[in-house]
Design a protein around this ligand. Sequence first.
Ligand SMILES: [Zn+2]
Length: 199
Amino acid sequence: MHRYPKHLIQLIEKLKKFPGVGQKSAQRYAFHLIEWPEKELAQFAALLSEIKSKLKTCDRCGCLERDNECPYCDDVGRQPQILCVVSHFKDVFAIEETHEYQGLYHVLGGLLSPLEGIGPEQLAIEQLKTRIQKLGVTELIIAIDSTLEGDATALHVKKELEPFDITISRLAFGLPMGSALDYVDGGTLARAFAGRRGF
Ligand SMILES: [Zn+2]
């Protein structure tokens, strides 16, 4: 890379931050990008600079809002007595694509990870308890990856909810161990939903 101009190297370094993108791919993307018309690059740059501030999460469930409304909490057609607990709002999109689920969601905002210093207080567990009472939840579905952290988090949630009279199931059934929810294909996820088991 010693013959590369400084700005090109900086661009390549940024592109290497994407999952699965190594040096070679990053170089290819960088050379591709600099071929874009000036105007399109400016639009891309503007989009990147404001994307974080433009995205808002629902203060009830933690899902991404659309036009200042929560597509789930504000949808009267959904069943508020059923909650699906996920670790990240991105997981909701994968679940919605299965068309198997009509309840509401609850985003924890991460997984328990002592190594990364993420403890129960960093996750939206107290909010979950409040919502269970407020919504009169009767069924809770835990849709969290079957990884070390995922299993620990699911167990912790279950333990915290022991005082509540609700049915708890977990989607791990049918999902390959260690699979990330957003990598699982729609059919597998739909089957996992249909075949959820008590947890
Ligand atoms: Zn919401």
